[in-house]
Design a binder for this molecule. Structure first.
Ligand code: RAM
Length: 333
């Protein structure tokens, strides 16, 4: 009996090794999202899967349970030991990963920040593939909430984690926009709170905002997890007419709130296209078809010509897409 289970275990172990072994002839890529359980990253992964199928790479994905600053470190270390060619990662910290990135790169692994960059530490990665021109996000979100509240009154931000490099870059721009543009002079940012991209925590902090700020007119949640939670809280409290929720959301998660009028508009981009582009770019660089240098261009089927910008940043699309009742049914992700 014991012997039988031992043999079964050995066979299972062999099978596992066979599936994770790296094919020498193809570029191997791993994508490490911020955390598991967020449908936003499912679309991005699907883009990688389809991109790898077409461009010819092997692909795996693995993520930590939480988006805490250091949670991705063991995943990066394991992939470096495995000898993967390209680590694509949506970083949970702008600086906590510098050392493990350096170790991976010293072994010849390319490190691409995908979906968010390691702001201020970009010398520790090879390139960044972003979903959109990040300078458009902060001002775009402020204008959207402003248009909903008549450019007057108290607003709050419901973000992801305190370390999240992508959200923090956008929030910095939101604060600067509110301060510098006279159009927004009558809008006051009363609080920035963090739901850690966990649905339950995001719900709790959204509820706390409503009770602590009875005059609140708007919530910007620049996270797909946060905006869905905030919309649900405002809907349940029957406050959709007085507290306007907007931010960055996925059409599938936000559809019911758009349909019932809880949310009038929100923004995003195509996480799928971002994954697709990342796969094509990784293969092209690894196989020497293009140089990873500012000014280099690559034709990505379905997306057209993309250009490596200053500091090795590639934007998947230039402008954010705004979703509302008129167009939401055209999208399914
Ligand atoms: C969440 C994540 C992700 C961000 C989107 C908008 O899904 O925080 O990093 O890009 O929101």
């Amino acid at each position: 009996m014991l012997r039988k289970s031992l043999i079964a275990g050995l066979i299972a172990g062999t099978a596992l090794m066979a599936t994770t072994a790296l094919a020498a002839d193809k570029t191997s890529i791993v994508y490490i999202p911020k955390n598991t359980g967020n449908p936003y990253f499912d679309s991005l992964v699907q883009g990688f899967v389809d991109g790898c199928e077409k461009a010819g790479c092997t692909f795996t994905t693995a993520a930590p349970a939480t988006a805490e600053a250091t949670s991705q470190i063991p995943f990066i270390t394991a992939q470096t030991q495995r000898g993967v060619n390209v680590i694509a990662i949506s970083p949970n910290s702008p600086d906590a990963l510098d050392q493990v990135f350096d170790r991976a790169r010293a072994k010849g692994t390319l490190v691409f920040a995908v979906n968010g960059d390691i702001t201020g530490n970009t010398q520790h990665r090879d390139a960044a593939i972003l979903p959109v021109d990040f300078t458009k996000t902060g001002p775009g979100q402020v204008e959207l909430v402003g248009s909903m509240i008549g450019y007057e009154g108290e607003i709050a931000i419901l973000s992801a984690t305190t370390d999240a490099p992508d959200q923090n870059a956008w929030i910095k721009d939101m604060v600067a926009t509110l301060k510098s543009n006279p159009k927004y002079a009558k809008m006051t940012l009363v609080a920035t709170v963090y739901g850690d991209d966990e649905p339950q925590k995001s719900t709790t902090v959204a509820e706390a905002l409503l009770s602590k700020y009875p005059n609140l007119k708007g919530i910007i949640a620049p996270t797909t997890v946060g905006i869905a939670a905030a919309a649900q809280v405002v809907q349940s409290a029957g406050k959709a007419k007085t507290v306007h929720v907007t931010g960055l959301g996925t059409p599938n998660q936000m559809r019911p709130f758009i349909k019932d009028g809880t949310v009038s508009a929100f923004q995003l981009w195509s996480p799928y296209n971002e994954g697709l582009l990342s796969a094509y770019f990784a293969v092209a660089v690894k196989e020497g078809k293009i140089k990873n240098e500012p000014g280099a261009t690559l034709d990505v089927p379905g997306l057209g010509k993309v250009t490596v910008g200053p500091d090795h940043v590639i934007n998947t699309q230039a402008e954010l897409t705004t979703f509302n009742a008129a167009n939401i049914d055209k999208f399914n992700f």
